[in-house]
Design a binder for this molecule. Sequence first.
Ligand code: AMP
Ligand code: ZN
Length: 434
Amino acid sequence: MYWNKNIETMPCNELKRLQLKRLKKTIAYALKSEYYRNVLKNIHIEKISSLSRISEIPYTSKTDLREHFPYGFLCVPQEEIIRLHSSSGTTGTPTVVFHTKEDIEAWQNIMARCIVMTGARRSDIFQNMMGYGLFTGGLGFHYGAEKVGMLTIPIGPGNSKRQIWFMQQFKTSVIHILPSYALRLHEVMEEMGIDPARDLSLRIAFIGAEPHTEEIRQKIEKLLDIKVYNSYGLSEMCGPGVAFECTYQNGLHLWEDEFYIEIIDPTTGKVLPEGEEGELVLTTLNRKAMPLLRYRTGDLTRIIPGACQCKRTHRRIDRIKGRSDDMLIINGVNIFPMQIEKTIMSIPCVGKNYVIEIHKKNFMDKLVIKAEMAKEHFPGNQAELKHFEQKITGELKTELLVTPDVILVEPGSLPVYEGKAKRVIDLRDEKCSI
Ligand code: AMP
Ligand code: ZN
């Protein structure tokens, strides 16, 4: 089943022609923004006569978005924008993305394509367990599911017992959930004596927002007795809906009528041939409020060569292997280690050294910050220590939008490195749990 068969199975040549037409329009559009007017001043649009000539345009990065906050990339008058979203995490200068009415409609349509591609139908009951708000995961799926016509339950994340109660009462058949939370939810089901195969009506799960392995997908499928589909997106492009798995579960179709794909070597910036792994770079082809040209997503993947059995012609990317930068994803929330450093180093009781650990606890990610105390505050009494730890936790929570565990330790007790300090220790893949 297709949402839009003509587009989804469009012959490759036709798709390329459409891309070129849209690319030219997008570049002309982008010139309306202060940022691109400046960056593209030496580029002759007339010369972009083929898709490969896109290489003449410089890359756009997250830093560019931050540096030109808030309106540097805006291409329409403010009264034409109807919504803004922001990348998850960080309360510092966020990356903000604007949408016109047409942008939201286009987003709804690609979301509907993704949902229908997995076999979900109008008759399904959809429980959306992703965060609503500035984060695009909740609202993106919400509008897509309503477009398909599913009964949509906008429950948001958390409160596992209530989630399960809704699933039982309304015979939820499709869910959208963080992979880590899906595993946690199963644990709560077990505690409640609920067997998903016997007691629930679940048949499809959409999982995304954070990297996960094929093994995790299979585990969720087995535990919840459900088919699980990988959903990829980023707020800079629109949010979820950029790429999604079909029922063959072998890579994610990236909607090439909406986005132009390049894979580059993250170090040299050189464009890599199809099939090689590198950083995904995307150009929007159908966005009005805030088109982005050659945007470096920071996500590592490759284009899977060859056609898919589902007959969709839009090429597939492999599941995301990691990041080309140091961005951490903690339960779906993006965090840069520098934000942590900036926050803790501004607190006087913190000394020179710190380490960021990421653990798994009850299947969910747990951020643990160990920081040495400043000599003049050490040893202090227990009450003081608790007070400082709480203060740091509070400040980090405000900055990161996730709550870490903070442990203050003796000055000089954390490892010191001769070369580059190893600040982040990711223990999620190991059998280590706290
Ligand atoms: P945000 O802009 O807050 O929605 O975050 C987008 C980022 O989340 C992407 O650039 C990826 O790093 C990550 N992400 C989203 N979906 C997936 C997925 N299915 N697998 C791995 N990482 C993902
Ligand atoms: Zn397919």
